[in-house]
Write a protein that binds this ligand. Structure first.
Ligand SMILES: [Zn+2]
Length: 422
């Protein structure tokens, strides 16, 4: 992990502060490693030495970012005692350790002990690191979730999908095809957490019984399609050659802010212009706009599916049998549902339902961006409902102060992507 020193700024400092605040310290999550952060960190680690975050400190902080720790049962322990002393709850411990007999704790048994706070942060920017920690934590907290590797990014970051449900009908939601649209990643992560928690508690999510969703559908979610690009935008890449390559690419486009305006993968290929559905038309349009080589946005690549991230999503879709897909982007509060003249059965009706529950507008895709996207290819290939959701309003990258509204607006779409298939 990245080493941090006083005076440092950025997303990793935010993560240190998030961990400290979860551990009970009243630190502001402002991404600035200043005096207060320093003194809280010393209190937390019990160290008299200089302030810094190296491997040892990360080791102590990570449980608060992954949302759980492990605990070895001692003679005389009760679940209630463990829960109250380790800031957990009996329900969280029994859920995370499904084979445990709560009335018969055996000394020496290793337990997963989830902290009693929601795992998906609404106060920090997102990166592939935070996403991986959260996915790991969700799988520990809710062992009925499953994880699978969809592929690997240019920089070797794993693309993890999460699966929930035992129903027949499969649906697929993905987010952050575009780097500076990373706020869509926590939308899917929070939905996974809320859905799993509602299922455990026998409750509803957005008015729908979670257990009914669970046994009726099989939801696959890939919350971070473009890990390297998102890490670039949020300045979480410290491998200099990659950053320098991106800076060189960006230098040819002085009108696009760097890195805030970056949408592409780390090689400067737009992952949502890579699909074999009108790719030649997309190429003609984007070349005409001046995007003829790797760029922060809108470069279609040398051929379809040359970017490993796009190919991975393509292969993953081929090996499953999705009845519906949602591709999350920002921004505009718009729902795109068509590709050319393809109008899959039910597609418009479901789009209108999404409009009703979200307040977003149903629109036809504008011509200049109407080709080679993931949803375009999905509709052409399968003739089934596929949607691009442009969440939120403002200038990308949208910041986390918009998150709550975005999530609330979209919760009905996220459940409706399943319930409307009936
Ligand atoms: Zn987008």
């Amino acid at each position: 992990m990245k080493q941090l020193f006083p005076g440092d700024k950025g997303v990793f400092v935010q993560y240190v502060q998030l961990a400290l605040s979860r551990a009970g310290f009243p630190v502001a999550i402002d991404g600035i490693f200043g005096q207060r952060t320093c003194s809280f960190l010393k209190d937390f680690t019990g160290s008299e030495q200089d302030c810094q975050v190296g491997d040892e400190q990360w080791e102590m902080l990570l449980p608060y970012l992954k949302g759980y720790r492990t605990y070895q049962v001692k003679e005389g322990d009760t679940l209630w005692w463990i829960a109250s002393h380790l800031h957990s709850s009996v329900q969280r411990i029994t859920t995370a350790n499904p084979t445990l007999d709560p009335t018969n704790l055996t000394a020496g048994t290793m337990l997963y002990v989830p902290f009693d706070f929601p795992l998906v942060s609404q106060k920090t920017a997102y990166t592939s690191y935070l996403t991986d920690w959260i996915l790991e934590g969700l799988l520990i907290r809710y062992p009925f979730l499953h994880e699978e590797s969809v592929g690997t990014s240019v920089m070797g970051r794993s693309m993890h999908a999460i699966r929930i449900g035992e129903g027949k009908k499969q649906v697929f939601y993905n987010a952050s095809f575009h780097a500076n649209e990373w706020i869509t990643t926590p939308v899917l992560l929070k939905f996974a957490e809320d859905y799993a928690e509602a299922y455990v508690r026998g409750m509803q999510i957005a008015g729908v019984p979670a257990s009914w969703l669970y046994y009726s559908f099989h939801l696959c979610m890939l919350p971070l399609v473009n890990p390297d690009g998102v890490d670039l935008v949020n300045e979480a890449i410290w491998q200099q050659p990659y950053v320098e390559q991106a800076e060189q690419i960006a230098a040819a486009y002085p009108d696009i802010r760097f890195p805030a305006g970056w949408k592409a993968n780390i090689d400067g290929i737009d992952l949502n212009l890579q699909f074999p559905a009108g790719w030649e038309q997309a190429k003609e349009i984007k070349y005409g706009q001046g995007y003829r080589s790797p760029a922060p946005r809108d470069f279609v690549g040398e051929a379809p599916l040359t970017a490993p991230e796009s190919r991975a999503v393509y292969e993953y879709t081929k090996t499953n049998n999705f009845s519906l897909i949602l591709a999350y982007h920002t921004q505009g509060e718009v729902i795109y549902w068509k590709y050319l003249d393809y109008e899959p059965k039910q597609s418009y009706r479901i789009a209108r339902y999404f409009q009703e529950v979200s307040g977003y507008a149903v629109e036809e895709t504008p011509g200049a961006s109407g080709y080679a996207g993931y949803k375009d290819w999905f509709i052409q290939e399968y003739d089934r409902p596929g949607y691009t959701i442009e969440a939120g309003l403002g200038t990308n990258p949208l910041q986390m102060d918009q998150f709550e509204k975005i999530y609330e607006d979209n919760i009905g779409i996220l459940t409706g992507g399943m319930t409307q298939l009936v």
